[in-house]
Write a new protein. Structure first.
Length: 135
């Protein structure tokens, strides 16, 4: 699969907590297919409420990128704070309009996981930091 940001730059497939993620070595972005974020966060009501809190960012000035699966322009969505967020600045990620998955620019996936109640000691966050060399 090619990176939707770098276009024509192939991504590598990595396994994180038994979930395959696509990673671009150039821009350090991460593609998660539909359902993979849920697998990383855990299948519980808190994760569902968290994912349901995403809302379309109609005021985004960021350039829209195309889904690496269907080639349609993705929508910018705000990862909202519900009761499990600390209230820092909103994180904006890209979501396929056809439901194929989510694109996280460099560091955004770590921010999403760190901001939620999954916490800084969460095993997925620790693995992300180990995989991508973040302290």
């Amino acid at each position: 699969m090619d990176c939707p940001v770098c276009t024509k730059e192939p991504m590598i497939v990595m396994e994180l907590d038994e979930t395959e993620i696509d990673y671009c070595l150039e821009c350090k972005g991460i593609w998660l297919d539909a359902g993979e974020l849920e697998l990383l966060l855990g299948e519980d009501s808190l994760s569902k409420r968290f994912l349901d809190s995403f809302e379309i960012d109609v005021n985004s000035k960021e350039k829209k990128i195309k889904c690496p699966i269907c080639d349609k322009k993705m929508e910018k969505v705000i990862v909202n704070s519900i009761d499990n967020f600390s209230g820092s600045k909103p994180i904006v990620v890209d979501r396929c309009v056809n439901g194929h998955g989510l694109w996280f620019d460099s560091g955004e996936l770590e921010e999403v996981i760190a901001e939620g109640t999954w916490g800084k000691d969460d095993k997925v966050l620790v693995m992300l930091k180990d995989m991508f060399g973040k302290k």
